[in-house]
Design a protein around this ligand. Structure first.
Ligand code: EPU
Length: 421
């Protein structure tokens, strides 16, 4: 298992190019199941989760080809096996995103139940309830979701909570259903808008993506398309937090400032200097220091609230803030696993229920720590960059799932980072 060794204490300085968004690329790869024509995704990040999704789709019979480092061509002319086996689903919950498209295109699907994961239980009852409302017969047996239907029919669906992959799964299924599907209380994340843009380019009729009411008018068939995956707002936020925490200055290139608005708002409020501009490749965000920054209070919430996927990184940032910060996690029930590891590095953090209270200003010193999930790993990287001495982060495969070339990007910004294989 690879480990990352970071010698901290150096401010990050320079420019970094932001990769395509993991959480947009994953559903967009699954959209290839909806058409028998080729789908081309540009700016598709090179990540372990993307590799896993490509393997899953090719096992189903989809042709998958990386024609350039960030261009993937998918050919779903024939789907031989509408099956997502346990071996792949257990490594990546986003495999559930094949359920809706398979059902809509093939009339049947067998997808392993994802089970719990480090950050919480993460049930999929909302996906199943919605597809059943659209006429699917669903059987949960032997750890698998076995679903079948003639053509799905449009339905009026209300989610109990805004679920990101739930909204995406049902939106994809509804594009080929007979009649109109209305999604109430839909998730509003920017990745949903990006997916809807791709589906629209494929011939789907979707209105309201990005709002809590989405209306999808089903069509007989979808065609191929070429689409550029949106920039990763969480990778963007992670680099901003790392630069701020090390009292450095950074320019993000090829990013999307609007998608990152809730994070930029907090960063500006605590006294970080943030300037947004754009060129023909997208937005640029420049962050620099005016000295210290203030403590803050944040509560994670569905978009446009503060993203849970930036909670752990903000906790690392809070360690160097002036005063006491509070961070409340409301989306996942056990997404505070990084706290113990941050404390091992010297941070002063107390947890009460789902709220962490971080006393800023305590110096960190390098130690061996363990990554427990993707964003927890990112927070440990930030803390290691701040710490005096050497930090070794174990189980770095979590980081490789969702950050493209993290150590190369950090090294180019002046960090001392070494991967130990
Ligand atoms: N929920 C249910 N039932 C469902 C679906 C969701 O109870 O059927 C609950 C969840 O347990 C959770 C809440 O609803 O408490 C929201 O979960 P959601 O379904 O929105 O999460 P997700 O779709 O499984 C996506 C991202 C996550 C991100 C969350 C929240 C992808 C592939 N994953 O997960 O990304 O944290 O939305 O924004 O898009 C990450 O990138 O590190 C990551 C975990």
């Amino acid at each position: 298992m690879d480990r990352l060794q970071i010698c901290g204490g150096k401010p990050l300085k320079g420019e970094v190019f932001i990769s395509g968004a993991k959480n947009a690329a994953l559903p967009e790869l699954c959209a290839a199941l909806l058409t028998d024509e080729p789908l081309v995704l540009d700016n598709c990040p090179k990540l372990n989760d993307v590799n896993t999704m490509e393997t899953l789709l090719s096992q189903m019979g989809v042709g998958v080809e990386r024609n350039a480092p960030h261009r993937v061509t998918l050919d779903g002319a024939s789907i031989a096996w509408p099956l997502a086996p346990y071996e792949l689903v257990k490594t990546m919950r986003a495999s559930i995103l094949t359920l809706g498209p398979l059902l809509a295109r093939c009339g049947r699907a067998r997808v392993s139940m994802p089970g719990g994961c480090a950050i919480g239980l993460r049930p999929i009852d909302q996906h199943i309830k919605a597809l059943a409302q659209m006429g699917a017969e669903i059987d949960l047996k032997h750890g698998y979701i076995a679903a079948q239907s003639q053509r799905l029919t449009g339905a009026d669906i209300t989610f109990n909570m805004p679920t990101v992959t739930g909204t995406e799964n049902v939106m994809m299924a509804a594009t080929l259903a007979k009649g109109v599907t209305t999604l109430h209380n839909a998730a509003r994340e920017p990745e949903i808008v990006d997916l809807a843009n791709l589906l629209t380019a494929m011939g789907a009729r979707i209105q309201g993506a990005g709002e809590s009411l989405i209306v999808i008018e089903g069509v007989e068939r979808l065609h191929g398309a070429t689409h550029r995956v949106m920039p990763d707002r969480i990778e963007s936020g992670t680099f901003l937090a790392a630069a701020a925490a090390t009292r450095g200055s950074i320019i993000l290139r090829r990013t999307d400032a609007k998608a990152l608005a809730p994070v930029l708002e907090v960063m500006r409020k605590i006294g970080l200097d943030i300037k947004v501009s754009n060129d023909d490749q997208g937005d640029q965000i420049a962050l620099s220091h005016r000295g210290n920054y203030d403590a803050f209070h944040l509560v994670t919430a569905p978009h446009p609230g503060f993203p849970t996927d930036m909670q752990a990184q903000m906790m690392a940032l809070a360690i160097a803030a002036d005063g006491i910060s509070t961070i409340t996690e409301t989306i996942f029930e056990s997404r505070m696993m990084h706290v113990q590891e941050l404390v091992r590095l010297g941070a002063s953090i107390e947890v009460d229920g789902n709220t962490a209270r971080v006393t800023g200003g305590t110096p960190l010193s390098g130690a061996t720590v363990m990554a427990t999930d993707l964003r927890a790993s990112a927070s440990l990287v930030i803390a290691a960059l701040m710490a005096e001495g050497v930090t070794t982060i174990d189980r770095i495969y979590h980081l490789d799932r969702g950050y493209e070339a993290m150590e190369a990007k950090l090294s180019a910004l002046g960090a001392e980072v070494l991967r130990i294989e």
